[in-house]
Design a protein around this ligand. Structure first.
Ligand code: 0O2
Length: 196
């Protein structure tokens, strides 16, 4: 079965998985006094995008490989204002009974050489028997990643070396600003507690 056929047949299951991810993130905000999440974007990977990813991995673009070799047929990106919130959201997700954390890639603690920073979780949705991807990063890191992502689809870019080095410089500056913003927030909150 091709992934396209699987996609058409199983679309309701993929939709349910997307819904579960959105609910999971909404629930992580409930019972908390402080709003951690700025916004979320979820998506179901298109057949064409899945085909390209499988071919890039050197795999046949069929349905079996799409669910066994790729984990992001369904995914959600969670955007926080502050770096600490990334880990609070991730801890909350990991503590849930109905999901299993399969893999974590912490590109915040260990950025990619191009400067990419983001926290990736592959989770297993037990009742749907499907893996899904959760990407968590700050607004500033998302701003950077969206611009850098445009490079992926462009060929023969003029001044590519210069652009990549400028992107790397911006990535490092953004990381430093994120850290300062977190420190300022902590100082404001600690000051408030001290005055109580
Ligand atoms: P697209 O077009 O965004 O969907 P895996 O998914 O684990 O099989 P991989 O690449 O080892 O494959 O996983 P990883 O590193 O966790 O990356 C998964 C996704 O993170 C990518 O999906 C991108 O969305 C994003 N990502 C990873 N590295 C970068 C990067 O350097 N820059 C940007 N802008 N995004 C990145 P896809 O399917 O590769 O791409």
């Amino acid at each position: 079965m091709t992934y396209e056929e699987f996609y058409k047949e199983k679309y309701p299951v993929l939709l349910k998985a997307e819904e579960q991810l959105k609910n999971l993130i909404t629930q992580s905000e409930t019972n908390e006094n402080e709003k951690k999440i700025a916004y979320c974007i979820s998506r179901i990977k298109s057949p064409e995008s899945m085909k390209q990813k499988l071919l890039k991995k050197g795999e046949e673009p069929n349905a079996e490989n799409a669910v066994s070799k790729v984990n992001d047929a369904v995914g959600i990106r969670v955007i926080t204002s502050f770096v600490d919130d990334i880990y609070k959201v991730s801890d909350w997700i990991s503590s849930q009974d109905h999901i299993e954390v399969i893999n974590i890639k912490d590109y915040i603690a260990y950025p990619k050489p191009n400067g990419y920073r983001s926290y990736h979780m592959i989770i297993h949705l037990n009742d749907l028997n499907l893996n899904a991807e959760i990407q968590i990063r700050t607004i500033a890191l998302d701003f950077w990643a969206n611009l850098e992502h445009q490079m992926k689809y462009k060929k023969n870019i003029k001044d590519e070396t210069l652009i990549r080095s400028e992107l790397k410089r911006c990535a490092d500056e953004i990381a430093s600003i994120d850290l300062s913003m977190q420190t300022i927030k902590d100082l404001i909150q600690n000051g408030e507690e001290y005055c109580k």
